[in-house]
Design a protein around this ligand. Structure first.
Ligand SMILES: Nc1ncnc2c1ncn2[C@@H]1O[C@H](COP(=O)(O)OP(=O)(O)O)[C@@H](O)[C@H]1O
Ligand SMILES: [Mg+2]
Length: 173
């Protein structure tokens, strides 16, 4: 008989009722980040990806976190916090190659935290270990979020994240 498939954790389902809540969710996650964490963001224009990154920056101790904007035209921005934050925006990229050319692999493992808006544009160059946050617009200021952890190591950090994000958790029972 084939061995049972390794348990993959179900993504954490969160709900944000406004931009400030999305920032707060990012901040809580930022506080729990470790060096070399990679957080991939998915969601259409206006979903709230950049607001989430603002919060993430706050949680990482970046002083000018409020100035975080989409790095659409520069592809990568760097912010100094307790841990360096690398903020990628792959919106204008059609290929993972372009992301590889700027040395994303070295950046991912350089001891900082990397966050990638439009990560689905560059799927081929993402590391095996990564968090994936999918944001969906539910109308008005309501956003549904799914936070998943991929790779052999990250899923075990979900319990701690779940605790910190309890306030925004959607009860699915
Ligand atoms: N719950 C919410 N979370 C985040 N942004 C929200 C929310 N509700 C409304 N908004 C609005 O949606 C827009 C999100 O912008 P932004 O964070 O730049 O999105 P993205 O980077 O995904 O394109 C902002 O205008 C913000 O005020
Ligand atoms: Mg953005």
């Amino acid at each position: 008989m084939a061995p049972p498939k390794k348990q993959v954790n179900a993504p954490l389902h969160l709900r944000s009722e406004g931009p400030e809540e999305t920032v707060k969710i990012g901040e809580e996650i930022g506080k729990l980040c470790n060096p070399n964490d990679v957080i991939c963001l998915q969601g259409t224009l206006g979903a709230g990806k950049t607001h989430f990154v603002k919060g993430l920056a706050k949680g990482l101790g970046v002083e000018n976190a409020n100035e975080v904007t989409s790095p659409t035209y520069v592809l990568l921005k760097k912010y100094r916090g307790n841990i360096i934050l690398y903020h990628f925006d792959a919106y204008r990229l059609d290929h993972a190659d372009e992301m590889a050319e700027i040395g994303c692999e070295e950046v991912f493992s350089s001891g900082g935290v990397s966050v990638i808006e439009w990560a689905d544009h560059v799927g081929d160059c993402l590391p095996e270990e990564h968090f994936l946050l999918t944001i969906r617009i539910k109308g008005g200021s309501c956003r549904d979020m799914l936070l998943g952890a991929f790779g052999p190591e990250l899923p075990r950090r979900m319990a701690q994240l779940e605790q910190a994000l309890e306030k925004w958790k959607v009860d699915e029972t």
